[in-house]
Design a binder for this molecule. Structure first.
Ligand code: HEC
Ligand code: HEC
Length: 304
């Protein structure tokens, strides 16, 4: 039996069985089930926020963590967090994030200590999730921080000093400035999927399609390099879609021969050239003309 039939069968069963007691007497829209109790919700609602919200009172030292770690974690993650076999590495990897194969660990990649605390409590040890006491989780978190050289050997992590430990990579997590789209799902007279062209947000199929991916961005003028980094580098750093690469002075020299005003015009309005399509303002049409000009000044200047 297909899973759909099984599922439909289950629904029917529910329908008939609730029908028997009278659906109108039961809680909820479908007439079955009951609201979750506070205690039930509390059992699921165990997430810890970066600011420590959700943490239970308690504490644990690096020293206690070491013993627990050896007993419950090292067989998979290695005594120094180096990872046994294919089990995850928990420590090290600093400075590898731009490598072709970055080593992403708590120390090199993670943003928040709270994620570590939450992760350990929720999922580890792998075979016995949620088996650790709160103080044990504090101690193990402290020890993983210690393995990453982020705290001293004598450190005791507690409810009160929790937010004092910042993970080094936090600064590289930046909010995505694009707005939510709030699209509503089409339920009738919808487009034939065959007619819909999917356009990559970085690689336009045709110049005529580019104004479809207008994004809202603040219009204030920023220095050229900042604008370049945020809005232009996605294509111009790597040459995506045929974009002239920043630093490829030969390519830029040929283009600059037509004059700066011409280039700025093209950057503002977009154009389809021999190599690909440059969307108006790189697709960020809310950027002001002046901001685009500043980015072009920076880009051309960077090639001289
Ligand atoms: C039986 C092997 C095993 C044991 C024992 C174990 N882990 Fe894990 N651990 C894993 C696996 C597998 C993953 C990856 C899970 C996944 O990605 O879904 C993981 C992931 C993690 C991660 C996240 C790593 C990352 O960068 O994504 C942390 C932190 C962690 N474990 C801590 C611990 C701690 C602390 C203990 C001891 C209390 C422990 N683990 C015990 C197997 C184990
Ligand atoms: C979606 C990718 C993409 C983004 C984002 C993008 N560009 Fe381009 N850009 C291109 C492509 C492709 C070309 C080259 C087209 C050709 O010559 O065939 C180009 C060419 C240019 C040129 C050369 C114009 C000339 O006269 O040859 C300038 C200047 C330029 N872009 C500025 C910018 C600025 C400023 C931004 C950010 C505000 C930006 N680009 C963002 C894809 C992009």
């Amino acid at each position: 039996m297909s899973s759909f039939h099984r599922w439909a069968g289950f629904l029917l069963l529910v329908f008939f069985s609730t029908g028997a007691v009278g659906a109108e007497d039961r809680t909820g829209y479908y007439g079955y089930g009951s609201p979750a109790t506070k205690a039930e919700i509390a059992g699921w609602d165990i997430d810890i926020r970066p600011d420590g919200t959700g943490l239970p009172a308690g504490s644990g030292s690096v020293e206690d963590g070491e013993m627990l770690y050896e007993e419950k974690c090292a067989e998979c993650h290695g005594s120094f967090g180096e990872g046994v076999g294919r089990f995850p590495i928990l420590a090290g990897g600093e400075g590898t994030l731009t490598d072709a194969r970055p080593t992403k660990t708590v120390g090199s990649f993670w943003a928040h200590t709270s994620t570590l605390w939450d992760y350990i409590r929720r999922t580890m040890p792998f075979m016995m999730p949620e088996s650790l006491g709160d103080d044990e989780v504090y101690a193990l978190t402290a020890y993983v921080l210690y393995l990453n050289d982020l705290v001293e050997e004598e450190f005791v992590l507690s409810y009160t000093n929790f937010t004092s430990v910042e993970l080094p990579n936090i600064g590289n997590f930046i909010p995505d400035p694009r707005p939510d789209t709030h699209n509503t799902r089409c339920m009738e007279k919808c487009k034939d999927p065959g007619d819909i062209a999917i356009i990559s947000s970085v690689l336009p199929a045709k110049a005529s399609l580019v104004n479809k991916w207008q994004l809202e961005v603040p219009a204030e003028v920023l220095p050229g390099q900042v604008i370049y980094n945020q809005y232009c580098s996605i294509c111009h750093k790597s040459g995506l879609g045929g974009a002239p690469i920043l630093g490829d002075s030969k390519d830029w020299k040929n283009r600059a021969a037509a004059g700066m005003p011409h280039m700025k015009q093209r950057a503002r309005n977009g154009f389809a050239g021999e190599k690909g399509a440059m969307p108006p303002k790189g697709g960020f049409i809310n950027l002001s003309d002046e901001a685009v000009d500043e980015a072009v000044d920076f880009m051309v200047g960077a090639n001289q």
